[in-house]
Design a protein around this ligand. Structure first.
Ligand code: PLP
Length: 331
């Protein structure tokens, strides 16, 4: 099976902003894009993107999960990066049109079609280090993906890092390439030195998120996760899982969680932790590594509440449970 995100549909939707208006969206080959080597994005990282999925239901219909939320977040990232304002309705149409064009290629569960809207600054202007790009380009790539847990559902090992940061704190809620570049070296170091799967960034003891997912602590019937602020990415899976947890009668506490409280609670039998994100939905965390010591979360294995919450969300995405919050866009 090819690695996640390495197979692409042969065409993509694209639209250009010329400084005053967006062009009519077109469908073009997805194997290249023409840009000036002095393009703003290549020098000053004026780039943001999204990740969402389309699902095939048993009746053959195709549904996109929470597209409105991803388009909102792309608009917000664009605004915070001083990129040109996007037209949310036009972006949504680009997404539904390109998915519709490749609807026969949308894999059946547990696979899906991963959708990657992208917005980049294209102005050829290498003197604009401290000024926004005047022109930009938006495109929507498609990548069919398989079962994320094909190798088995194994509990992850997380290194708690209370010194570094994933990205600078005012950039946390922007889904921008530079933030991922900024987190790369700490993640590589944690993999090499303590065989961690991910780093859980906890600047000054404040439990935030990993490089590409939000963190949830599940203690009995309570979920504890950091309250929204500008320092981390507001995951749409996080919001969906919290909504489902409330529907199931669980208590949801969105508040600050310190490393100290996390380690104390994690030691209790039955405690669980998980990472939430579009790719994996909800991935169990079995081990926390902090200051050279390893701590099991509960039993150290895959928690039953984590599996139940993930299954409930999958059932909605796959059309096996009622979509009572109106999360699915019908093509
Ligand atoms: C840094 C970061 N946090 C959280 C998430 C989870 O966001 P979502 O649930 O919207 O995929 C992602 C993944 O996209 C991410 O890259």
């Amino acid at each position: 099976m090819a690695a996640f995100g390495t197979v692409f549909m042969p065409e993509m939707a694209i639209s250009w902003f010329d400084g005053s208006e967006w062009s009519e969206a077109e469908v073009v080959s997805s194997d290249s894009i023409q840009m000036h080597p002095g393009a703003h994005v290549l020098h000053y990282s004026s780039t943001c993107f999204e990740g969402l999925k389309a699902f095939r239901h048993e009746d053959g219909s195709i549904k996109i999960f929470r597209m409105d939320q991803n388009v909102e977040r792309l608009a917000q990232s664009s605004q915070l990066l001083a990129l040109p304002e996007i037209d949310k309705a036009a972006t949504s149409r680009m997404i539904t049109d390109i998915v519709g064009r490749f609807k026969d290629e949308v894999p059946a569960p547990p696979g899906s079609m991963y959708i990657r809207p992208t917005h980049i600054g294209t102005e050829p202007a290498i003197g604009k280090a401290a000024a926004p790009t005047a022109t930009s380009c938006q495109y929507v790539l498609l990548s069919p993906v398989g079962d994320y847990f094909a190798g088995g559902d194994k509990a992850l090992r997380l290194l708690l890092d209370d010194e570094g940061m994933r990205c600078s704190s005012h950039m946390g809620m922007v889904k921008s390439g530079g933030n991922y570049a900024s987190a790369l070296r700490p993640i590589m170091k944690a993999r090499a030195e303590v065989q961690a799967d991910q780093v859980l960034f906890c600047p000054n003891g404040d439990v935030q998120e990993t490089g590409a997912a939000n963190f949830l602590l599940i203690d009995g019937d309570e979920i504890i996760t950091k309250a929204l602020d500008e320092s981390f990415l507001h995951g749409i899976t996080r919001d969906s899982i919290l909504t489902i947890a409330r529907d199931l009668g669980m208590k949801v506490s969105e508040r600050q969680l310190t490393v100290e409280e996390l380690l104390e609670r994690a030691a209790k039998p039955g405690c669980e932790a998980a990472l939430s994100g579009t790719a994996a939905v909800l991935a169990p965390v079995g081990t926390l590594i902090y200051q050279g010591k390893e701590y099991d979360v509960g039993s150290g294995g895959v928690g039953s509440t984590t599996v139940k919450l993930r299954q409930t969300l999958n059932d909605i995405q796959w059309g096996k449970a009622e979509d009572k919050h109106g999360w699915l866009t019908h093509l």
